[in-house]
Design a protein around this ligand. Structure first.
Ligand SMILES: NC(=O)c1ccc[n+]([C@@H]2O[C@H](COP(=O)([O-])OP(=O)(O)OC[C@H]3O[C@@H](n4cnc5c(N)ncnc54)[C@H](OP(=O)(O)O)[C@@H]3O)[C@@H](O)[C@H]2O)c1
Length: 214
């Protein structure tokens, strides 16, 4: 198993411009150079699947397909939705790429039927909530053992707390954002140390890779 977090982050650790705002809006706001986006897409392409949290899908309505994979191989998308909250017209559920959704035993039957009608695969990973180790194991059983996580902060922290994170790829941008927005690792948790494995500068962006010290 390999699990990496991939995210753009401000100097003060924030990943959205304001509370409830989309992280994607940072791209034009920061005049993100094409080379930075290519770095991100390259990392995405190497993975078996891209995992995004419920909050991220609700706010960003991402497709995760655009320029994220060579045309011949669309990326596999994964999210979590234990209550069937993601609106059914959202891009994530449009059936345009292989999509899996982490659910639990209490997820409404009618929602599971909807997923089935779109060819979306549910991964049952807990009784009333989604247990991340079970979800990750369920993905590995389906051949998806190399994952890129594109947040947000709540999911990132939960994965870190569970000891499931191996690597963090950061696109550190030279700006300070509202500290009431979403932190890269929201909520509490124990100290986790990282080793800086590589870094590269592109304009005002610092692209770096950190490995978790176990
Ligand atoms: N700058 C960037 O590169 C970047 C990248 C990604 C995201 N973002 C931004 O991050 C923001 C969203 O972050 P967020 O922290 O609000 O939400 P999030 O991390 O995307 O999703 C968290 C939600 O996932 C659900 N969940 C289900 N099981 C879980 C589990 N075991 N552990 C953790 N979460 C679980 C929970 O919702 P339920 O309780 O409803 O089940 C939880 O509130 C968006 O604004 C997005 O734009 C930025």
């Amino acid at each position: 198993m390999s699990l990496s977090i991939l995210t753009a982050v401000s100097l003060n650790g924030m990943i959205t411009p304001a509370h409830g705002a989309t992280g994607e809006s940072l791209i034009p706001l920061l005049e993100t150079p094409r080379r930075v986006l290519e770095w991100k897409w390259r990392i995405r392409r190497r993975a078996h699947a891209v995992l995004a949290g419920t909050g991220t899908v609700l706010v960003d309505n991402p497709s995760l397909t655009s320029q994220s994979a060579p045309r011949a191989r669309p990326p596999v998308r994964v999210t979590l939705d234990r209550e069937g909250k993601i609106p059914r017209h959202y891009r994530f559920l449009d059936g345009s790429a292989r999509t899996l959704v982490g659910v639990c035993e209490t997820t409404p039957r009618e929602y599971l039927d909807f997923l089935a009608s779109r060819g979306i695969e549910p991964v049952v990973a807990g009784e009333t909530c989604i247990e991340l180790p079970r979800l990750i194991a369920g993905l590995a059983e389906r051949g998806l053992s190399d994952l890129i996580v594109e947040g947000g902060g709540t999911l990132n922290r939960a994965l870190l707390r569970e000891g499931l994170v191996d690597t963090v790829y950061l696109m550190l941008f030279a700006a300070v954002l509202d500290s009431g927005s979403v932190n890269l690792f929201a909520d509490g948790g124990p100290l986790v140390r990282f080793r800086l494995e590589s870094c590269e500068r592109i304009g005002d962006f610092m692209l770096s890779r950190y490995g978790v010290v176990r």
